[in-house]
Design a protein around this ligand. Structure first.
Ligand code: ADP
Ligand code: MG
Ligand code: ZN
Length: 417
């Protein structure tokens, strides 16, 4: 309906100050406005909060938001208040009096959002109190916490399986950045009995050109790559501490302002390297996977993988540190079968249960598939995360299509002799 459409636009502009939805947000908003349950999968920073906040404000009534961490709740509440929206968090980090005052604003209808942990929501008392209020929508943030498969399982999240039954009137929005297929199916199953609309989007980072190149004398190749981009900030991932040290030393000898970064270094040394990298431009960080979590530097112009990463998830996370400012950036991986063999050996020699090993072997196969693809590489990457797309025009296979060798021709020639 046009009034709803206009109200939605008004909320976007007047409350949040945005002119446009980002790709992928609007279908989620519309589905929730239509009263249907949604699982939205979008990477960190893509804008998942708006996907439930906009429809809640458009509809009117109260939105109940489940979040696993006090810090996350407080951040969201502070953000909404900055935009002039009355929002409350009820959690164990606040005094009883503060929580009571918050609940009063919820019960009176003044508050439009209430944030709480699952164990507080899923009590008979809370559910029946909420049952008497006009709950417009329920949002479950970090919804992957319900999955035992993932690394951030929280047993309290399992109780949310009863939520649909307990508050049947309100649509539920489950939000997560976890791209993995199995985790997603698990969330759907546990929260919605398998029935909800699933949206996957926002994984594309079109300003990052992506490429994979054959690995041969990688030390020299890295040095050439860096030398051709003087003054630019970059990150180079290597598989081991030893290789990190070697590569950093080589670049330093070539006059590049490069630092090594790995878990075997003194914490103070690591912190100093990281600070310089963040504060200055033109610094090259040579690192193991230990580097990058929570690093927010906007002008990283390239990310190199001197060795194959462990999975496409890891690869995606790591290249995502390039080009945060939206300006052109490069991601280049040096790919050799020896690395894949090493990775396979890691998996085989692990002391883990067979199911886990199978999952990891499958992930490695997906990485190999990505490296060997002869069609658009970005399309292959996005497809792995469940996001459909066309040829990108900004990857090595789009820009320089590989020649397809027709093996059958030679075979036919041989047979015809
Ligand atoms: P996520 O939960 O997916 O990690 P957030 O919801 O925290 O991401 O949003 C990340 C940032 O994107 C926030 O600063 C938010 O204000 C901004 N953002 C969200 N939607 C839009 C939009 N439509 N236009 C511009 N900025 C947006
Ligand atoms: Mg979020
Ligand atoms: Zn492409």
């Amino acid at each position: 309906p046009p009034e709803l459409e206009a109200a939605k636009r008004r909320v976007l502009k007047e409350t949040f100050g945005f002119d446009e939805f980002r790709p992928g947000q609007e279908p989620v908003v519309d589905t929730l406005l239509a009263g249907r349950d949604v699982l939205a999968v979008m990477p960190t920073g893509a804008g998942k909060s708006l996907c439930y906040q906009a429809p809640a404000l458009t509809k009117g009534g109260l939105a109940v938001v489940v979040s696993p961490l006090i810090a996350l709740m407080d951040d969201q509440v502070a953000g909404l208040r900055l935009n002039g929206v009355c929002a409350e968090a009820i959690h164990s980090g606040r005094s009883r009096e503060e929580n009571v005052a918050s609940w009063r604003r919820v019960a009176s209808g003044e508050a439009r959002f209430v944030y709480m942990a699952p164990e507080r929501l899923m009590t008979e008392r809370m559910l029946s109190a909420l049952g008497r209020l006009p709950v417009a929508l329920i949002a479950i943030d970090e919804a992957h916490c319900i999955s035992q498969w993932g690394h951030s399982f929280r047993s309290e999240y399992l109780t949310l399986g009863r939520l649909k039954e307990a508050l049947p009137g309100a649509p539920i929005a489950a939000l997560t950045a976890t791209a993995d297929d199995g985790t997603r199916a698990d969330i759907l199953d546990k929260l919605f009995g398998g029935r909800a609309k699933v949206f996957v989007s926002g994984f594309d980072r079109p300003n990052i050109s992506i490429g994979v190149t054959e690995k041969a004398d990688v030390g020299a190749a890295i040095e050439r790559f860096v030398a051709a981009r003087p003054g630019l900030s970059g990150v180079i991932y290597r598989i081991s501490r030893k290789k990190v040290e070697e590569t950093a030393a080589r670049l330093k000898a070539a006059g590049v302002k490069a630092f090594a970064y790995h878990a075997g270094m003194e914490a103070s040394e690591r912190a100093a390297a990281q600070e310089t990298f963040l504060a200055e431009s033109g610094v090259v960080m040579v690192a193991t996977v230990a580097f990058g979590m929570g690093i927010d530097k906007s002008d990283v112009r390239y990310v190199l993988h001197g060795d194959a990463p462990g999975s496409l998830e890891a690869y995606y996370q790591e290249i995502g540190r390039a080009g945060r400012d939206g300006a052109p950036a490069e991601a280049l991986m040096f790919y050799g079968l020896e690395d894949i063999r090493t990775r396979r050996r890691f998996i085989d020699e692990q002391d883990a249960d067979p199911e886990r090993k199978r999952v990891e072997a499958r992930r490695l196969d997906a990485l190999v598939g990505f490296c060997e693809t002869i069609s658009c590489r970005r399309q292959a990457l996005l497809a792995y995360f469940g996001e459909a797309s066309g040829p990108c025009g900004n990857c090595d296979t789009c820009l320089d299509p590989p020649e397809v060798v027709d093996g059958t021709r030679d075979a036919r020639l041989l047979l015809s002799l």
